[in-house]
Design a protein. Structure first.
Length: 256
């Protein structure tokens, strides 16, 4: 008993534990008080339609005018809608609320763990920003395909950050991530080549000539690692053709 009490006291003195505890409580309160269902049921209905028809709609459904006018529809989130429909069918809305609550807490905990040094240096400001995030994120992470976008983007930035600092292991999963991305939220799948493009630009952009070297962190990557990232980016862009819309997905983010 004494050992357990001592461990609890140690945890309570740990500033990161207290920060995570405040985040968790605030996020849970947000989901208990309000669970945003904006567009949620429409995406569930779309997922149900896709499962029942074993294909995606190419014309708008669920609206009498759209049905009469045969308005074209680009189902770039079809896989997200199928997953949301499956989760709702098997677990129900309340358990799904708990899932998104845990997901939000997990994402914020990931940010805390990832930025411990910065948080230690600016604890008060970091706490304020994280508390704001704990209040705002629940309004974005719920039953909509954009939730999958946040997860994919976080994983991708983590892989790119590791690559930028010499760890290439996660970059080899870029093609798989790209295939998931283009089917879960195809409208933002162009980030798979835009974000690496910014790294390439940063490697060759003369910051010194514009007096920006103190404002931006510039890590000079080895030519071999730049080459690996470039090949991974090309392959990841090419495999995005593995979606129901084929080549049309490449223009969709720019004409939507």
């Amino acid at each position: 008993m004494g050992y357990c009490r001592k461990q609890v006291e140690v945890l309570l003195l740990n500033p990161f534990f207290k920060l995570k505890l405040m985040i968790a409580i605030l996020v849970i309160l947000q989901y208990v008080v309000h669970f945003d269902t904006n567009d949620y049921w429409w995406h569930i209905r779309m997922g149900e339609w896709i499962v029942q028809h074993e294909g995606i709609p190419f014309y708008a459904i669920g609206n009498w005018y759209a049905n009469l006018a045969d308005i074209p529809w680009f189902a770039h989130e079809w896989l997200s809608e199928v997953i949301l429909y499956g989760l709702t069918t098997f677990f129900g809305v309340q358990l799904l609320r708990g899932f998104f609550c845990c997901l939000t807490i997990g994402l914020l905990f990931f940010l805390v763990n990832y930025n411990q040094k910065i948080i230690e240096s600016h604890y008060v400001f970091s706490t304020v920003y994280l508390m704001i995030g704990a209040m705002v994120l629940p309004s974005f992470i719920y039953g909509r395909p954009q939730t999958f976008l946040y997860i994919l983007l976080l994983l991708f930035i983590d892989a790119l950050y590791g690559c930028y600092h010499g760890n290439m292991k996660k970059i080899y999963f870029m093609p798989l991530l790209s295939i998931l991305w283009v089917n879960l939220h195809g409208g933002s799948a162009n980030l798979i080549y835009i974000l690496p493009g910014l790294i390439f630009l940063g490697q060759f952009f003369p910051l010194e000539k514009f007096g920006l070297q103190k404002r931006f962190s510039k890590v000079r990557m080895e030519p071999k690692k730049i080459c690996i990232l470039f090949i991974a980016t090309v392959v990841s862009t090419f495999v995005q053709i593995l979606n129901p819309h084929l080549l049309d997905i490449f223009s969709y983010p720019y004409i939507n």
